[in-house]
Write a protein that binds this ligand. Structure first.
Ligand code: C2E
Ligand code: MG
Ligand code: MG
Length: 698
C-alpha cells in the first residue's frame, strides 16, 4: 500500500545545481528507510519560504547559493526553522566551513565532487537513526520528568563533583531552591541537613554513596533546613549514578518529609512513657531513669533514694466524690510532689494513688528522710478541688541505693515494702526499708489469709477496760478492745491485724461483730443487774465511710435492746480530719439516734479548736503518749493542760488514756481532767473477769 503523502517524510534540497537535484531525487527513490518525498529549491529565499510551512522533515542546504554564501546560509536557515535538522553541502576546498557548520548544529555534511546517490542515502539513513534515537530519548526523558514531578518524594541529583544538576518539583519546594538557581551549586548549599538532636550538620549522604558506590540511608533524625530557615524532618536515601561503562558520574538523593510521622512517633513514645492524667513519667520511664541513676551512682560513688508514696484512704474519696474529683486530687498531689524535689529528680506515677520519687543524688540516707518529711507536709495541706477542700495524707517507704537493693526492680520492691510498714505504723509517716520487712510482708500475707476464716471459726473475742471518774473513783464506762485468739500464735493484739483488715475490707464484718458483741454484753450486764455504764467501741475510718454503717448501728441497737445513750463510738482524729464533709453528716445522724461520740488518740492529729467545733463530739480521749511523758514542767505537761482546757471550753468530757502511775493520776487530777483509763486502774480483761471485778467492788 502506498502511504499517504502527508505521512511521507518530506526532504528539501536547497541547491542551485541541477545535477545535485537529480542525484537527490534518484537517492530518494532508492532509499529503503522511506518513503520520502523530495522538494527542490534553488535559492535560500525559496528554501526558507518552504521550510517555514512547517512540514519539512529535513533539509539539505548548499552553503553556496545565488542569494547567500558560506556559514551565513546555514545560520539564516536555522533561524527560520531551528527545529528542522539540516545537512550542509559544501565545496571540497571548503571542508573547514562544513565542519564549522557541524559545530554550529548541522547534522552532517557532504562535499561536492563526492556527492552521489549513495552518499545521500547514507546521510538520510544516519539522520533517520539519529532522529529515532532522539525521539525515543525524548519520550523517555519526558516520561521520567513527568514521573519525577508527580511522585511525592523529593529528588535531587548532582554530578560527580557534588554540584547540583537536577531537582524535581517536590525537591524545589522542600529546599526552597528552584532548579535553575540551584544548578551548579555545591550540594551542601542547596541540601542543608542537620541532626535533629545535636543540631550539628549531618554528614552528606551523597558523598558516602559516591565514595562507597552504594545506596546509603540518611542518618536517623535528620532535619532539612529550607532556604528560608524552615525545618522539616526528612528520611531517605542516596545512591550513585553510573554511566554506561559503570563509572560513577554523580548521585541522586530521594527524600520525603516525615515531620508528621516523626511527631506522631514522638507522641506515641511520650504516651508510652508518661501517665496521661498527671503527665508524670510512668513506671516504664521511671525504671529507665532509675537504671541510669544506678550507673551514674556507680561512677560517682553517690547514693540514690527511692520514695514509694501511697495516699491514705484515696479509694474512699474516689468512691464517694467520684472519679473526676479523684483525678483532680491526684493531679494536685502530682504538682505538689514536683515542687518538693529538684529538677534532676524524677517524680513518677505508678498507677492508682501510688507515686514514686527518685532522688538521683543524695549524700546520705538522712537527706531522703528530709525530702519525705517535706512531701508529707506538702500533701497534708488541704487541696481545693471543685467546691471541696480535701485533706489527704500519705504513707512513704524509702529505699536507698546501694544499701537496699542492687537493681531497679529490688529497689522499687523494697521501697514498696517500707511503704506498707508506714501504713502499719498508722499512716501519714515514712519508713526506711529494713531487712526484716521482707519477713513482715510475708507475715502480713499470712495474717490476711488467716483473718479471712477467723470470723467463721469464732476466733475473735473482746476484752474490756474500765474508765474511771478521777474525782470520785467510780467506774463510768468500759472500752471494748478486740483480741484475736489465733490457733498458733495465741492472743493477738489489734495492732497486729487491724490495718490488714482495713486494707482488705475485712474490717467491715469484723467491726459489725465487735459492735454486736459489745452491745450484747453491755445489755447482758444491765440485765444481770449491774449498774448501767457506757460501752465504748472503736470504729475505723473504713467502717465509718461504709454506706451501711448507720443502718447496722441502728439494727444492732434494736436487736440487742441497748439504749443508744450507753453506746459511745470512738473515732480517731485523723478519721475526722480527712473527710469532714463526708463524716459530719454521718456523725449528726448518730447523734440524732442518741449515740455518743468520742475522739480517740487526741493530740496526734493536727486538729485546731475551730476545726473541732464542727463535730458533734461528747468526749476527747487524750492520747497516751502525752500521759506517759507527764513530768512537771515538760512540754507534754503544758500540752496536756492545754488539751484539757480545750476540751472544757468545748464542753467535752476529757479522758486521759494510758494512766499507769499515781504521779500521772495526781497531775491529771490537778489539771481538772474528768476521767482516766489505764493499767493503773485496770488492764483490759475478759468479760467474766470484768464482771467479777465489778462484783468485788460493789
Ligand atoms: P485505743 O482505742 O487507743 O485503745 C487503747 C489501747 O491502749 C489498747 O490497746 C489498750 O490495751 C492500751 N492501754 C490501755 N491502758 C494502757 C496503759 O496504761 N498503758 C499502755 N501502755 N497501754 C494501755 P489495744 O487493745 O492493743 O488496742 C490498740 C488499738 O487498736 C486501740 O487503741 C484501737 O485504736 C484499736 N482497736 C482495738 N479494738 C478495736 C476494734 O474493735 N475496732 C477497731 N477498729 N479498732 C480497735
Ligand atoms: Mg479507743
Ligand atoms: Mg486511744
Amino acid at each position: 500500500m502506498v502511504p499517504n503523502v502527508t505521512e511521507m517524510r518530506k526532504l528539501l534540497l536547497i541547491d542551485n545545481d541541477p545535477v545535485h537535484a537529480g542525484i537527490f531525487r534518484e537517492a530518494l527513490r532508492c532509499a529503503t528507510d522511506g518513503p520520502f518525498v523530495g522538494e527542490w529549491a534553488r535559492t535560500l529565499a525559496a528554501g526558507v519560504e518552504r521550510v517555514s510551512k512547517k512540514c519539512i522533515w529535513a533539509v539539505f542546504v548548499n552553503l553556496t547559493l545565488p542569494d547567500s554564501r558560506g556559514l551565513e546560509t546555514f545560520f539564516k536557515l536555522s533561524l527560520a526553522a531551528p527545529e528542522v535538522p539540516a545537512l550542509v553541502l559544501g565545496r571540497a576546498q571548503d571542508e573547514q566551513l562544513a565542519l564549522e557548520a557541524l559545530r554550529q548544529g548541522a547534522k552532517d555534511y557532504l562535499l561536492e565532487g563526492r556527492i552521489d546517490s549513495y552518499s545521500f542515502i547514507r546521510a538520510i539513513r544516519n539522520m533517520v537513526e539519529r532522529k529515532t534515537a532522539e525521539e525515543t530519548l525524548f519520550t523517555e526523558k519526558e516520561r521520567a520528568q513527568v514521573t519525577l514531578n508527580s511522585i511525592g518524594d523529593a529528588v535531587l541529583s548532582t554530578d560527580i563533583a557534588g554540584k547540583v544538576d537536577y531537582l524535581n518539583a517536590v525537591a524545589e519546594k522542600m529546599t526552597g531552591w528552584s532548579r535553575n538557581e540551584a544548578y551548579g551549586r555545591p550540594l551542601a548549599e542547596v541540601f542543608k541537613i542537620i541532626d535533629g538532636d545535636t543540631r550539628k550538620p549531618s554528614p552528606n549522604p551523597l558523598q558516602l554513596a559516591i565514595q562507597e558506590n552504594k545506596t546509603v540511608g540518611l542518618s536517623a533524625n535528620c532535619v532539612l533546613i529550607r532556604r528560608d530557615g524552615y525545618e522539616s524532618a526528612i528520611e531517605d536515601s542516596a545512591a550513585p549514578i553510573h554511566d554506561r561503562a559503570g563509572f560513577v558520574t554523580g548521585g541522586v538523593i530521594v527524600f520525603h518529609d516525615v515531620s508528621l510521622s516523626r511527631t506522631m512517633t514522638e507522641q506515641m513514645s511520650y504516651l508510652a512513657r508518661h501517665d496521661p492524667l498527671t503527665n508524670l513519667p510512668n513506671r516504664v520511664l521511671l525504671e529507665d531513669r532509675l537504671k541510669q541513676a544506678i550507673t551514674a551512682s556507680n561512677r560517682h560513688g553517690t547514693q540514690i533514694a527511692l520514695l514509694f508514696i501511697d495516699l491514705d484512704g484515696f479509694k474512699h474519696i474516689n468512691d464517694s466524690l467520684g472519679h473526676a474529683t479523684g483525678d483532680k486530687l491526684l493531679q494536685s498531689v502530682a504538682e505538689r510532689l514536683l515542687v518538693c524535689v529538684r529538677s534532676s529528680d524524677t517524680v513518677s506515677r505508678q498507677g492508682g494513688d501510688e507515686f514514686v520519687v527518685l532522688l538521683s543524688e543524695i549524700t546520705q540516707a538522712v537527706d531522703a528522710g528530709i525530702s519525705a518529711t517535706k512531701i508529707l507536709k506538702a500533701i497534708v495541706a488541704p487541696h481545693e478541688i471543685d467546691t471541696y477542700s480535701l485533706c489527704v495524707t500519705a504513707s512513704i517507704g524509702l529505699a536507698t541505693y546501694p544499701a537496699d537493693g542492687k537493681d531497679a526492680e529490688s529497689l522499687i520492691k523494697n521501697a514498696d515494702m517500707a511503704m506498707y510498714q508506714a501504713k502499719q505504723e498508722g499512716r501519714n509517716n515514712y519508713q526506711f526499708f529494713e531487712k526484716g520487712m521482707n519477713v513482715r510482708a510475708v507475715e502480713r500475707q499470712s495474717v490476711e489469709e488467716n483473718l479471712r476464716c477467723a470470723l467463721d471459726r469464732n476466733e475473735f473475742l473482746l476484752h474490756y477496760q474500765t474508765k474511771v471518774d478521777l474525782r470520785t473513783g467510780k467506774v463510768t464506762g468500759v472500752e471494748a478492745l478486740l483480741r484475736w485468739q489465733h490457733p498458733d500464735r495465741g492472743l493477738v493484739d489489734p495492732s497486729q491485724f487491724i490495718s490488714v483488715a482495713e486494707d482488705c475490707g475485712l474490717i467491715i464484718p469484723i467491726g459489725k461483730w465487735v459492735l454486736r458483741e459489745s452491745c450484747r454484753q453491755a445489755q447482758a450486764w444491765q440485765d444481770a443487774g449491774f449498774p448501767a455504764i457506757g460501752m465504748a467501741v472503736n470504729v475505723s475510718s473504713v467502717e465509718l465511710r461504709n454506706e451501711g454503717f448507720l443502718e447496722s448501728v441502728r439494727t444492732i441497737l434494736e436487736d440487742t435492746r441497748l439504749e443508744p445513750r450507753y453506746l459511745q463510738l470512738e473515732l480517731t482524729e485523723s478519721v475526722l480530719m480527712r473527710h469532714p464533709m463526708y463524716t459530719v453528716p454521718v456523725l449528726r445522724n448518730l447523734k440524732d439516734m442518741g449515740v455518743r461520740l468520742a475522739i480517740d488518740d487526741f493530740g496526734t492529729g493536727y486538729s485546731s479548736l475551730s476545726y473541732l467545733r464542727q463535730f458533734p463530739i461528747d468526749t476527747l480521749k487524750v492520747d497516751q503518749s502525752f500521759v506517759r511523758e507527764i513530768k512537771a514542767h515538760t512540754d507534754n505537761a503544758i500540752i496536756i493542760s492545754a488539751v484539757i482546757g480545750m476540751g472544757r471550753s468545748l464542753n467535752h468530757c476529757v479522758v486521759a488514756e494510758g494512766v499507769e502511775t499515781v504521779e500521772q493520776l495526781s497531775f491529771l487530777q490537778a489539771q481538772g481532767c474528768d476521767e482516766g483509763q489505764g493499767y493503773y486502774f485496770s488492764r483490759p480483761v475478759a468479760a467474766v473477769q470484768f464482771a467479777k471485778g465489778i462484783c468485788e467492788k460493789t
